[in-house]
Design a protein around this ligand. Structure first.
Ligand code: PSV
Ligand code: MN
Ligand code: MN
Length: 429
């Protein structure tokens, strides 16, 4: 089922075909001189998928204000359709990661059917115990899975189990748990007891996982708790995942670390421990900025992929990370931003595939520092645009993502169908 007509995509591609052919041949020639078969890289890129966050197709905003865009999705079916546009043009985003209760739906089999008709499926499910829902018995103001009150913890556990059940109906096979639990004042929370309560609650969720499911524990240094967070870094996440069992692993959201932390090193450690669940890709300058992937620090994203490609190349047992975007938009059309992030993630993957692993091993073993550094730079500095475009073209996508999307008039069309949503501010300035 196409949302953007096949003719629109073909019309957008037509004037670019000749130039695309020659650019791809030129890059192919350059890579061949390096002993790299461009078609083999292209085949791998085509296999690569990054899931879309359902919440990413709406405009998010900051703590201070939200500026809604035109044609904001009204419900999960609209979100699915917007995700379908991203996938149709990029051919790289067949998975959708839902967030409950934001994406609550009365008929999950209908939702699943619609996704499948778009050639899509449901990736990891996300629970939400970081905000209170209407008519909820116990507030999460002072925590959820780690709350001092047993009934509040039980309510949070129950919600997670309900999310697993919804995910089962949708064909998902993973639950991502991120909690905002922590403290804002020294002394507010007994650190060790709060962590013990986390393990106790999380074990009850773990027990409810179907056999073929995984549980992704997402750490975050701070926010909304600004003095301490219960699962604040990969250390706590790893301890928890270890305590829970083999189905529990650690999810790395690129924006959830202190500035300058070496994320690719964390990734390598988690791979070695068999505990890398996967990623929430985004970019940041200061904190959990949720900017488009690779928009600020593309080399960092490449270095993360360098670790991933190395692990795949070396056949590390059990290596099977889940790839998802997690970003928030306040000043761009979310569909445009998601397309650009998906292409950026693919780009970093393709660039990492170009690194000469044999030469890098030799340079590392021989302590030839500059050659090792240059081998990475050589991959990163290769403009793989014609390769990405060719992969999309052959799969029925758009050579020029932005141009095609804008020419389709999709945003104007949904703006006419969907009522304008309210903006607003956090009221804290
Ligand atoms: C928290 O900052 C987070 O990264 C988690 O993944 C949430 O589920 C997501 O953002 C959406 O708010
Ligand atoms: Mn995240
Ligand atoms: Mn985040």
């Amino acid at each position: 089922m196409s949302i953007i007509s096949v003719d629109t995509i073909a019309a957008s591609n037509a004037p670019l075909l000749e130039q695309q052919k020659s650019d791809y041949a030129h890059l192919g020639g350059q890579l061949a001189r390096r002993g790299v078969d461009i078609d083999a890289i292209k085949a791998k890129v085509k296999q690569f998928a990054v899931a879309l966050p359902s919440w990413g197709v709406g405009t998010g905003g900051t703590r201070f204000a939200r500026f809604p865009g035109r044609g904001e999705p009204r419900h999960v079916f609209d979100k699915l359709q917007d995700c379908g546009v991203v996938h149709q043009l990029t051919r790289a985003t067949p998975g959708i990661s839902l967030h409950l209760p934001w994406d609550h739906c009365t008929d999950y089999s209908e939702l699943r059917g619609k996704a499948e008709a778009q050639g899509m499926y449901f990736d990891a499910m996300n629970s939400n115990t970081f905000s209170d829902q209407k008519d909820q018995a116990h507030s999460y103001k002072f925590g959820s899975l780690t709350h001092t009150d047993a009934s509040t913890r039980a309510q949070a556990v129950e919600h997670n189990i309900a999310v697993i059940e919804a995910g089962r109906q949708l064909g998902s096979n993973a639950l991502t748990v991120w909690i905002g639990d922590g403290s804002n004042f020294p002394g507010q929370q007994h650190f060790r007891r709060a962590f013990d309560r986390y393990i106790d609650s999380a074990s009850q969720i773990y027990k409810a996982l179907p056999d073929d499911w995984r549980m992704f524990l997402e750490h975050k240094i701070c926010e909304p708790a600004f003095y301490s967070t219960v699962i604040q870094d990969w250390g706590s996440s790893y301890l928890a995942a270890n305590a829970l069992g083999p189905k529990a692993q650690c999810l790395v959201d690129l924006g959830h670390h202190a500035p300058n932390v070496n994320i690719e090193l964390i990734v390598a450690r988690l791979i070695a421990a068999g505990k890398l669940a996967g990623f929430h890709f985004n970019d940041s300058k200061y904190g959990d900025d949720d900017l488009d992937a690779g928009s600020v620090a593309p080399y960092r994203l490449f270095l993360v992929f360098n670790e991933l490609v190395a692990a795949a190349h070396e056949g590390v047992t059990g290596f099977n990370p889940a790839y998802m975007l997690d970003q928030s938009h306040n000043v761009t059309d979310p569909i445009e931003s998601l397309m650009s992030s998906a292409a950026q993630v693919q780009r970093s993957y393709a660039q990492a595939l170009l690194v000469d692993r044999v030469a890098l091993d030799a340079a590392q073993d021989g302590n030839d520092v500059l050659v090792a550094a240059q081998l990475l730079k050589k991959g990163f500095e290769t403009d793989v645009t014609p390769l990405l475009q060719q992969a999309r073209l052959e799969e029925g996508g758009a050579i020029d993502l932005l141009g095609c999307y804008r020419a389709s008039g999709y945003r104007a069309k949904v703006a006419a169908e969907r009522p304008a949503s309210q903006g607003g501010g956090g009221g804290i300035v």
